[in-house]
Design a protein around this ligand. Structure first.
Ligand code: NG1
Ligand code: ZN
Length: 523
């Protein structure tokens, strides 16, 4: 068919190495950038089909988030800024792994299965993080789109959440905001400026796109937030000894940050969709405030505002198995907030959070946001306008409205989350130390173990129990029984070729003993 002639020609410029098979994982494809050119071209093709099918703009983000600088990756963004559906993830894997000579057949199979009208126009937004491989890989995406006649808007260097925001703005015809980087800064800063007072904050930019975009945003914040950036150079290595993942997993401060005692600091990850906070005390001890602490702070704040506003809306917190047991207990027992646990990966948390009037979701690693249902937003907006609302209720409901404008509801967003956290701290008159003291984390660690085939481990119950290999869960159970409040699980990573082991217990010593026994199980 003439329609596919160009695909056929251009795909030869992006040949697939024979035998190479990759999987659309927790957050798209992710591996050494050397192996990704054909994947990018093919994701350009698939995004074009998805755009024709949904009659909407689709996003393609070239990033490998917290992975090392040599890696890269790609993920597709659906019309409302959410991750693509499981069925399309399946198509992505099929299209990526089909050998060169059957590419057209695979493409036509998808068109047929999805009954796609190829005469529909297609529109694709493309963005990339600061990795050196990003330029050529995003060109491969553009090549894929144009070979199927789709139109592209290349945003160049943007954070992952900025691209999610653009896609959502475009498909909601401006209702969510204006689909430009400036529109994004304006929307967030307007809401922030209404809410907060002056503050100084140390920000570790992970030597990535977040640092770049924070600099761009600074003038919009009109010195209300004095951001002191470190790890903001394009010459520093991305995510190397810095960034949110390093800080969370190593439980220590990033290199290259000049932290004063008690000073409030935060780290972004490589594509600025995660954030964690921390400080060191006068004894030099490091204190981490991770995604669980963020979820607690935000949900407590929102719950208080709902009470003051007299609004009967259901608020829930969505976590994964990695959430610290203390946070779950605090939320359920003290806060009396519903807590739900899903599999790892924001697409699962996002989906679960959509079930509530207000769904606060955060992975322990600092990836998360807040979703307000349409009905909840409507109630809040109506109450703001209601002339009969008294002053106290009006203040609370206006703060709720501003929070809605400040939060990036399309996906977890380090910049937006940072502004929400700063606002909550300012309004409640809390220091980072007060926030940290809300509850005490149980000692915990995460380890990576390399095994010959990580797929031998299959899990159930939101990844908290291992079904295979036989005997593994029994071994974990007998380990956990020995210590108070101990919890542990093992799961195969969806972004790296490793198995992740997690343990928490009442004391550091017990937690470490558990990990040592674990390592013996695997060796
Ligand atoms: P995997 O590799 O599947 O554990 C990691 C993170 C996820 C999520 C994705 C995508 C942990 C334990 N896992 O997934 O939470 O952020 O990367 O970036 O932090
Ligand atoms: Zn990320």
């Amino acid at each position: 068919m003439a329609q596919f002639e160009e695909v056929s020609q251009k795909s030869k410029l992006h040949p697939k190495p024979e035998g190479l098979a990759l999987q659309y994982g927790t957050a798209g494809f992710r591996t050494d950038a050397k192996h990704l050119d054909h994947i990018m071209f093919r994701m350009g093709l698939l995004a074009t089909l998805r755009s024709k099918k949904t009659k909407s703009t689709i996003g393609v983000m070239v990033t490998a988030s917290h992975n090392p600088e040599e890696d890269n990756g790609v993920k597709l963004i659906d019309p409302m800024g959410e991750m693509v559906t499981a069925v399309w993830e399946g198509y992505a894997t099929q299209l990526a792994n089909t050998e060169q000579d059957s590419l057209l057949k695979e493409l036509k199979d998808i068109i047929e299965k999805e009954d796609i009208d190829m005469s529909e126009p297609a529109s694709i937004y493309v963005g990339k993080d600061t990795r050196p491989s990003g330029a050529s890989l995003s060109r491969a995406v553009l090549d894929g789109v144009s070979s199927l006649g789709g139109k592209t808007h290349d945003y160049g260097l943007v954070t992952t959440p900025q691209l999610h925001y653009m896609v959502c703005c475009c498909n909601t015809h401006g209702c969510y905001g204006s689909p430009t980087v400036e529109g994004y800064y304006q929307k967030l800063s307007q809401a922030f400026l209404q809410l907060t007072q002056n503050k100084r904050l140390l920000v570790d930019g992970a030597n990535g796109i977040g640092a770049l975009k924070m600099r761009e945003m600074e003038p919009f914040l009109r010195s209300k937030l004095q951001v002191v950036l470190s790890n903001d150079s394009s010459s520093g290595k991305l995510n190397h000894m810095c960034g949110a993942d390093y800080v969370k997993v190593q439980q220590k401060a990033p290199q290259g940050m000049n932290m004063g005692v008690g000073e409030c600091c935060c780290s972004f990850d490589g594509d600025a969709d995660r954030i964690v906070y921390y400080y060191t005390d006068s004894k030099g001890c490091f204190h981490l405030l991770d995604g669980d602490k963020i979820a607690t702070l935000i949900s407590t704040y929102l719950k208080e505002l709902l009470t003051q506003a007299g609004l009967n809306l259901q608020i829930a917190v969505v976590q994964t198995a990695y959430a610290n047991g203390s946070s779950t207990r605090y939320l359920e027992d003290v806060m009396k907030v519903a807590v739900c646990c899903t599999k790892t990966g924001v697409k699962h948390l996002h989906h679960a959070a959509q079930e509530y009037d207000i769904g606060v979701y955060f992975e322990a690693n600092g990836h998360g946001t807040v979703l307000f249902s349409k009905a909840a937003q409507k109630q809040i907006q109506e109450l703001v306008k209601d002339p009969n609302t008294n002053d106290e209720r009006k203040r609370a409901v206006k703060l709720l409205e501003s929070t809605i404008n400040l939060i990036n509801q399309t996906v977890g967003d380090a910049i937006s989350d940072m502004l929400v956290i700063e606002t909550v701290l300012a309004i409640r008159g809390m220091s980072v130390q007060d926030w940290h003291a809300i509850y005490t984390d149980l000692p915990n660690r995460q380890l990576k173990v390399t095994v010959s085939d990580r797929r031998v481990i299959d899990t159930t119950d939101a990844e908290r129990r291992a079904v295979t290999p036989e005997g593994l869960q029994d071994a974990i159970d007998s380990l956990v029984k020995k210590y108070k409040t101990a919890r542990s699980f093992v799961r195969p990573s969806g972004t790296e070729d490793v198995v992740r082991v997690y343990a928490e217990a009442d004391t550091q010593v017990h937690m470490i003993i558990m990990l040592i026994i674990y390592l013996n199980i695997f060796n």
